[in-house]
Write a protein that binds this ligand. Sequence first.
Ligand SMILES: Cc1cc2nc3c(=O)[nH]c(=O)nc-3n(C[C@H](O)[C@H](O)[C@H](O)COP(=O)(O)OP(=O)(O)OC[C@H]3O[C@@H](n4cnc5c(N)ncnc54)[C@H](O)[C@@H]3O)c2cc1C
Length: 368
Amino acid sequence: MNSQKAEKKNIEISIIGSGIAGITTAFHLGRKGYQVNLIDPTLNSEINNLNPKNGTQASLGVLMGNIYKRSKGRAFLLRNKSMTLWKEWLGQINYSETDCILEKPLIKLASSDKEYQSMIELSNNKKKYGIELLDKNSLSYWNSIFETTLIGGLISHEDGRLNPIKLIKSFMHSLDQIRINKIDKSVISISKNNNLLDKSWTINLSNNQSINQDYIVICSALNTGKLLKSLGHEILLEPILGQVIELELKKEMSNWKKWPAILSYQSINFIHHKPNHMLIGATIERCTKPSQLAKQEMLDLKNRAPKWMVNAKTSREWSGIRARPINEPAPLLQHLEPGLLINTGHYRNGVLLAPACAEWIGLQIEGP
Ligand SMILES: Cc1cc2nc3c(=O)[nH]c(=O)nc-3n(C[C@H](O)[C@H](O)[C@H](O)COP(=O)(O)OP(=O)(O)OC[C@H]3O[C@@H](n4cnc5c(N)ncnc54)[C@H](O)[C@@H]3O)c2cc1C
């Protein structure tokens, strides 16, 4: 073992929270050779979207990495980096029982002139990212599916979807292989060691045990503020609901074979994931609990729901909470003080941005 590796082996890092932010951070740091603990009371629970233990399990896993109007700035760089890293990482986490692949492409339909104008701009500026306007034939296909006359749309050949349940299972398996220590307890508090202990931080767990660490990375979504308050850091996050409905369609239409991995229309994602079944999901900003009204709004598609939607029945539904930073852009990537970092506030694109955020944490610990 070279001396740098041996040095890392002596550095202990605890990651609090095992949603996608925590899992990917553990994966990245573990592979770099650090001694990593991943702490979350739900670690041994079933990984499941119908009764999700966190935002990640509830998610649809849509990656809109390329279909993004900016070409510079932090958000653009995180998206860009993540799309590259996802391709690398998927090859490294898959094992025989899972086949988590990036399902492509993504198609977005315009629901207003304004939206279409920005699609035209995007297709002009982002050709090299595999983005182009839909041609006449495709548009008439979507007109027939949605029983309307659409203004236009675009296709992003390299964007798509990762199935979150398969993704989490693959990562959990990889974390075992790289010997990440999983602790299925809640973190009650964290404190700084001002004495001469060689580890700077103490984590107090729900079983009354404490562990001393060199670094703590907090990825605990809405609970982040509570854990940091006693240390004088104010992190403000608010809950935002995401809701998913699975529709069972009356009959399978033969021309549905052209359905892309993701179809996005009126800010709703449509995933035709098995014969006769369509997942539809949206971010609902106004409420924190699943509501009949919000569900109905999604199903009505602003009074434009086609017959196949109107006639379908809901076969399953679930929801999850995301943590949105108040007055700050998401996500919150901060090195609060030596040895204390946060990777949280993943609101809309937590799955998409996870690899780049994990890498950012790695750079803070290791240096560029
Ligand atoms: C319905 C829905 C659809 C979505 N669709 C998409 C999508 O298509 N694409 C996309 O990129 N994103 C999507 N998102 C958003 C995405 O799911 C989130 O951005 C992401 O999952 C947030 O991950 P996280 O790790 O920050 O938080 P979470 O997944 O919520 O994980 C936080 C973890 O912290 C743990 N924790 C909390 N407190 C403590 C404590 N004291 N001690 C130990 N552990 C603790 C919790 O148990 C939890 O497991 C969607 C979300 C929802 C709800």
